[in-house]
Design a protein around this ligand. Structure first.
Ligand code: C5P
Length: 410
């Protein structure tokens, strides 16, 4: 997603402190600039032991600032100017020592000084810890991190896994792509803060025998984009996914299923605990009535085998029929007469909102054009009907959903 311009017009101060994860910050600068941000790198003396300002200057296209006594600033107040210009300060990597310093409000070099001096109400501080697992779990570090959070800083990660010291555990800095996703999410309006959303995505796979089955071309991209957009908007998201090879959006709980029956079991008993259910999955309407225990062999057969099919349960209709259903949103993938078919489905499944799209034109693609249909009205999304990337569409849909939820509850 780094080729998108999600950070267009944002100015980010990226602070590096002493840690081997500085090598990841080089890649992070590339991702930030590709996403449209301008990046001003600030390095502590310890960071310079791990990566050179030359590298960071080349990648950011700006001179790196390393000293509070940098006389290039006309007013000689780098610590004030840097914070005033920034939309956010992100310290990545943040060492245990630097976190301790921030927690205490100390300011004996440029980076801690500018973190303290920045206008807090409009320039947030994000901190990506990077350290050995013993250092991370030490009560002093945990105390400092809690203090930093209470003071309004956003802590990103840390991740878990192999560490440069040879140990395995919590304390790794998040990967550059994860930091980017978290930063982009941070800037999104929190329209669904605290809401619980359940989303289905992808195809289902209905086995015929141990090696074959019935499935469809759904890629899961629209459902995954919706899960990401909802999580960015502050929702607590559970994504029930059919067999797709897509990365789980940050902060989303994922439940993998294979068949329609498994999807039904993962969704229906849990749906009432959610405020919204969005059914983007392309659920197979039929499954083989019986499953062959062994592979059906071709040898010795004169005629092709035939299968009896049985109908799968309708997950969306079942959720909508619950005594206290969540707000249900369906998808209608059609090949013609989009409005007519979508409206018919809305009525048949007794749901308040359905999103129509042309199946053959969208399956597997990164962009789509939608028709938003309720009982009274319909409109195109985007308004000009031109295909747009699925994450942009998902964010627009989440915005619309937030408005509808407010109206329902008003
Ligand atoms: O009836 P049809 O499959 O065209 O309806 C599509 C909508 O219903 C989608 O939102 C889809 O996720 C949902 N659906 C479902 N369970 C099924 C079939 C469809 O939840 N068995």
């Amino acid at each position: 997603m780094s080729e998108r311009s999600d950070l267009q017009g944002r100015h980010i101060v990226l602070g590096l402190t002493g840690g081997i994860a500085c090598y990841k910050s080089a890649e992070f600068v590339r991702l930030l600039t590709k996403a449209g941000a301008t990046v001003q790198v600030v390095m502590t003396e310890a960071a310079e032991a791990f990566i050179t300002p030359v590298t960071m200057q080349a990648l950011s296209g700006r001179s790196v600032v390393t000293s509070q006594w940098d006389a290039r600033e006309p007013n000689n107040m780098a610590h004030i100017n840097l914070g005033r210009e920034a939309d956010a300060v992100i310290v990545a990597p943040a060492s245990a020592d630097f976190i301790a310093k921030l927690a205490q409000g100390r300011a004996d070099e440029l980076l801690s000084l500018l973190c303290l001096a920045r206008p807090r109400e409009r320039c947030p501080l994000l901190v990506a810890p990077a350290m050995n697992r013993e250092m991370w779990s030490h009560p002093a570090t945990q105390r400092n991190v809690a203090t930093l959070s209470a003071d309004g800083a956003r802590i990103l990660g840390p991740g878990c896994g192999d560490q440069a010291c040879g140990e395995v555990g919590d304390g790794r800095m998040l990967e550059p792509a994860e930091l980017l996703e978290d930063l982009i999410a941070f800037f999104q309006p929190k329209l669904l803060a605290g809401r619980r959303l359940l989303i289905t995505a992808g195809p289902t796979f209905e086995p015929i025998d141990p090696v074959r089955g019935i499935t469809n071309h759904s890629s899961g991209k629209m459902g995954f984009a919706l899960a990401r957009a909802a999580a960015e908007a502050g929702a607590d998201v559970t994504l029930v996914a059919g067999p797709v090879h897509l990365p789980t959006p940050r902060g989303v709980k994922r439940v993998n299923v294979m068949t329609a029956s498994q999807m039904y079991d993962a969704v229906v008993p849990n749906a009432a605990a959610h405020e919204v259910f969005i059914a983007t999955a392309a659920v197979a309407d039929w499954r083989p009535a019986s499953l062959s225990e062994h592979k059906i062999k071709k040898e010795g057969k004169k005629v092709a085998p035939t299968f009896e099919l049985t109908e799968n349960p309708d997950i969306l209709a079942a959720v909508a029929a619950l005594p206290k259903p969540p707000y249900c949103v369906g998808f209608a993938a059609e090949s013609e007469n989009l409005l007519e078919h979508a409206r018919a489905k809305l009525i048949r499944k007794r749901i308040p909102l359905i999103i129509g799209n042309l199946g053959p034109a969208t399956f597997g693609r990164d962009d789509n054009a939608l028709l938003v249909v309720d009982a009274q009205a319909h409109h195109a999304l985007p308004a000009d009907g031109q295909p747009t990337d699925k994450l942009t569409l998902a964010r627009a849909l989440i915005q619309e959903l937030a408005q509808r939820l407010q109206a329902v509850q008003a």
